[in-house]
Design a protein around this ligand. Structure first.
Ligand SMILES: [Zn+2]
Length: 358
């Protein structure tokens, strides 16, 4: 683990981590969510009828998973999963620069809010902003002013105006804290940590020794009586889950992404040049899902409204064609193709410029 290598460049008695260690642990923390979400997408695409729901509630599933893992690491190692991986721990921050050891339960709960709830809220706000912005660009927002109450519309307009400024302010605060930390004006590198009164320090040799002793003592086989062993099972499972997430998942996702890239349509040319294979046949028509919308008798009809398509638009995940207003509304509500139930988003819509009368 990186915690042992971290001591190679420690040298001095300074316990504060360098900006490189902080940036490395933060980039590891941001990689876990896309990794889990990508894994769920692969699962949902393989069998949309059975696993499609997993992808739709992926953000919420990740929050639960994240809570279990982060709580386990904060409780046992005094830092988040990525902080522990890079040999760092959280300490109660005292204003004069002296830091006491470890964090209290109160600071652990505050840390959990900052690690789990704040990123989830930010993700949901980003998604909301993207959706309203798209409605605004496509003219959908203006078109429903007659149907919905106008103050709701005003609220959405204010949100798409204010949100980028809030985002900008937040990013500027993060950058300012980095600079203050680099030039040693501040011993906390993040505004969120400053708010909850916590800073990061390197693990000491005593910490590592205590952690390895703890690992030995908390295993399922360490308890003397049967009840002790049974009570250790949830803790051991949380530890196992955390280890798999920290070590195995990024590797699995790397291979999944590589296979995906190898077979993706954009790289067909490159793959062919390497393998010298003949042009492959077109992909088979995706199978309609068991409980999906039934296909109309004529291909010019929209599967959703069963009328002749107005503004025919293809969904790139499945290849089926719908009216633009029908499919746009459906995707916003369900997040999947109505016919095949393959996970899909509105950015996968492709406008078809064909003669509508044919
Ligand atoms: Zn339609």
């Amino acid at each position: 683990m990186a915690e042992f290598a971290a001591h190679l460049n420690q040298g001095t008695a300074n316990a504060n981590p360098t900006i490189f260690e902080i940036v490395a642990q933060e980039s590891m923390a941001t990689v876990l969510r896309p990794a889990v979400s990508y894994g769920l997408k692969v699962l949902a695409t393989s069998n949309p009828d059975r696993w499609g729901w997993l992808w739709r509630v992926g953000d919420e599933l990740y929050v639960i998973l994240d809570y279990i893992v982060q709580n386990h690491y904060l409780k046992n190692f005094g830092g988040s999963i990525s902080e522990h991986f890079y040999g760092l721990k959280r300490v109660f921050n005292v204003e004069n620069g002296e830091s006491s050891g470890g964090i209290s339960n109160y600071h652990r709960y505050l840390s959990l809010i900052m690690l789990v709830a704040v990123p989830y809220a930010k993700l949901k706000l980003d998604q909301l902003f993207e959706r309203i912005r798209e409605e605004n660009v496509t003219g959908y927002l203006a078109s429903y002013s007659s149907r919905k109450r106008s103050y709701f519309l005003q609220l959405k307009r204010v949100f798409i105006y204010v949100y980028p400024w809030l985002h900008f302010t937040g990013e500027t605060a993060i950058l300012s804290y980095y600079l203050l930390y680099i030039f040693k004006f501040c011993n906390v590198h993040s505004p969120l940590l400053h708010v909850i009164g916590v800073s990061l320090q390197r693990l000491t040799r005593q910490d590592m020794l205590a952690h390895s002793m703890q690992n030995v003592n908390t295993g399922v086989f360490s308890g003397k009586t049967l009840t002790e062993r049974i009570s250790a099972i949830p803790r051991s499972l949380a530890h196992l889950l955390a280890s798999v997430l920290a070590n195995g998942l990024p590797v699995i996702v790397f291979f999944l992404k590589f296979i995906d890239w190898w077979y993706s349509s954009e790289n067909k040319g490159a793959v062919q040049a390497v393998t010298q294979l003949p042009i492959p046949p077109p992909p088979p028509q995706p199978k309609p899902a068991q409980h999906g919308v039934k296909l109309p008798p004529h291909p010019a009809q929209c599967p959703l409204c069963k009328k002749v398509c107005t503004n025919p638009t293809a969904l790139s995940s499945s290849g089926y064609v719908f009216c633009y207003p029908c499919i746009y509304k459906y995707l916003n509500q369900h997040g999947c193709c109505p016919v095949t139930h393959l996970p899909s988003a509105s950015k996968q819509l492709v406008r078809l410029y064909v003669d509508d009368t044919n």
